[in-house]
Design a protein around this ligand. Structure first.
Ligand SMILES: Nc1nc2c(ncn2[C@@H]2O[C@H](COP(=O)(O)OP(=O)(O)OP(=O)(O)O)[C@@H](O)[C@H]2O)c(=O)[nH]1
Length: 500
């Protein structure tokens, strides 16, 4: 005992050493735990926003997208925050009263003002893209189309967002951006996975876009779009058929049946007992059919239904020209198309129609779907109205035509067969964001998809801090144990030289 006391007295520094180690240890532990805790605490997420108006032929829709503000450098995931359907028809329908095209957007724009935090308004980009409706108006009457754009620009500039312009998208852009949207939302681009094709059926045009196998883009360069996204290269095939959206295709089908100017037609694409009076001038008031207007015709014709799927297919076939093809392979109207390849997402009217007919369940074969549509078409109109009393009659009357048109376009137009058809998924949205060209358009204009991949650290920042914390703690415990054990053997080691 006395030897030990003597030793303590002769090693006066070992007590302060213990205290210092303990204090430093406690401080280190508190500091590390605090840092790790702060780093991993749930942070209040700040977002940035972008607004795109899809000015389609049938209507306009507004989409608000958001992404984490601190991940502006292309790494944050963009998602749809809100959408608003503009009341009334598409902006091209206001050709005679252009200012109304502008005012029609007010309600949805006011909604956007509420949805985007006020302090973000000024930096939020606002785009308007017009599709086939305005493409047709521009072809038909450029002055009227310019006036509609003027009115729309004026209306949009009144809002506090960063207005980036309004323009007509080419069919190729519409197809390509739809493809980007679908593959972005499915996380296929970032991960370099096999991509999904995109099928878009609008009111006035329809698009098909996919990455074909062994694709020789030189065969028809106007159908090719080359992308470099996240370091991967894509040679996309895309084509947009103007006038082959479902509303204009119906006009063409009716024009085909009224080419001789009859007073009444019995239409196989409408239900038995269906009967309405239609006006010749209204029917032929579109560049898709105007040239075919019969020279002699009454003011109106009676449009009755017959409900015959096979005959309806015959009428629809007459809208496609399968005769001429100067390429190795064509879809229709002499347009080059490589064989369809891989899975497809079919959206817009593809979804509206197939969803109404309850045919979006991927397990149904092409044959089952065809039989279902045939049976639906043959159901009398009165019965249909009774089964679906709440559905808008204009939409309801057209589902037989639309279903038959979709099946004919896919199988005979694009050459999907029983096997490839089963790889089509009819979709409205992916992970809460609507499928359509708008998201791809915004991603492109805001440079949100980099051409190259960024070399990212193997661990996320919070994971890195946690691992460093654990390692430092372990090291500290080891050093402490070492010093303590060294201290306990110290007297024995130093005994003799100390006491002597
Ligand atoms: N059944 C049904 N049809 C709809 C609905 N919304 C739009 N449609 C129709 O579906 C078709 C396609 O609509 P959209 O995808 O908005 O097409 P769009 O943008 O107006 O047309 P494009 O300019 O050709 O792209 C049009 O014939 C619309 O009338 C809906 O909620 N239900």
């Amino acid at each position: 005992m006395s030897a030990q006391r003597e030793m303590k007295e002769k090693n006066p520094w070992h007590k302060p050493l213990t205290i210092i180690i303990t204090v430093i240890g406690v401080i280190a532990i508190v500091a590390l735990v605090t840092v790790a805790g702060l780093q991993n605490r749930p942070v209040f997420q700040k977002y940035k926003y972008g607004i795109v108006l899809d000015a389609g032929s049938s209507h306009t829709a507004l989409y608000i997208y958001k992404w984490p503000a601190e991940k502006d450098n292309n790494t944050g995931r963009i998602e749809q925050k809100h959408s608003c359907k503009v009341k009334g028809k598409g902006i091209s329908s206001y050709a005679a009263v252009p200012e109304k095209a502008g005012t029609s957007l007010t309600e949805c724009m006011q909604e956007a003002e509420m949805q985007v935090p006020a302090w973000r308004h000024q930096e939020t980009p606002l785009y308007l893209g017009a599709t086939a409706g305005m493409r047709l108006l521009n072809m038909e009457n450029k002055v009227a189309s310019d006036k509609v754009f003027e009115a729309v620009e004026k209306a949009l500039q009144r809002f506090p967002f960063s207005y980036q312009g309004a323009r007509i998208l080419s069919g190729q852009e519409e197809g390509a951006f739809g493809w980007v949207t679908v593959n972005y939302l499915d996380d296929r681009l970032k991960q370099g996975l096999q991509t999904t094709g995109a099928l878009d059926l609008g009111g006035a045009s329809t698009q098909i876009s996919f990455v074909p196998h062994e694709y020789d883009i030189s065969e028809s360069p106007s159908n090719a779009v080359a992308f470099q996204l996240y370091g991967n290269y894509y040679n996309l095939y895309t084509h947009s058929f103007l006038c082959y959206g479902k509303d204009q295709a119906l006009r063409m089908a009716l024009a085909h049946q009224t080419r001789s100017g009859p007073i009444a037609i019995s239409d196989p694409c409408f239900h038995p007992d269906y009967s309405v009076t239609r006006n010749y001038n209204t029917l032929y008031d579109s560049p898709c059919v105007s040239e075919r207007k019969p020279k002699v015709a009454p003011l109106n014709f009676t449009h009755t239904g017959e409900g015959n799927f096979l005959q309806c297919q015959e009428v629809i076939r007459s809208l496609f020209n399968f005769k001429s093809c100067k390429y190795s392979k064509c879809s229709f109207n002499g347009i080059f198309q490589p064989p369809v390849q891989g899975s497809f997402g079919a959206f817009s009217a593809y979804y509206f129609v197939m969803n109404f007919l309850n045919l979006t369940d991927g397990s149904m074969s092409l044959e089952t779907i065809t039989n279902y549509v045939a049976n639906y078409c043959s159901t009398p109109w009165d019965q249909i109205k009774k089964v679906y009393p709440d559905i808008n009659e204009k939409y309801l009357a057209e589902y037989c035509f639309s279903g038959t048109y979709i099946l004919t376009l896919l199988t005979e137009g694009y050459n999907f067969n029983t096997e490839t058809f089963s790889k089509i998924k009819f979709i409205k949205e992916i992970k809460g964001s609507d499928a359509g060209w708008t998201l791809g358009y915004m991603l492109n204009l805001t440079n949100m998809i980099p051409a190259e991949t960024k070399d990212s650290p193997p661990l996320p920042h919070a994971g890195y801090v946690s691992i460093v914390t654990v390692i430092v703690l372990l090291l500290f415990i080891l050093v402490t144990l070492f010093i303590l054990s060294f201290r306990s053997i110290w007297p024995k080691c130093s005994k003799e030289p100390q006491i002597v």
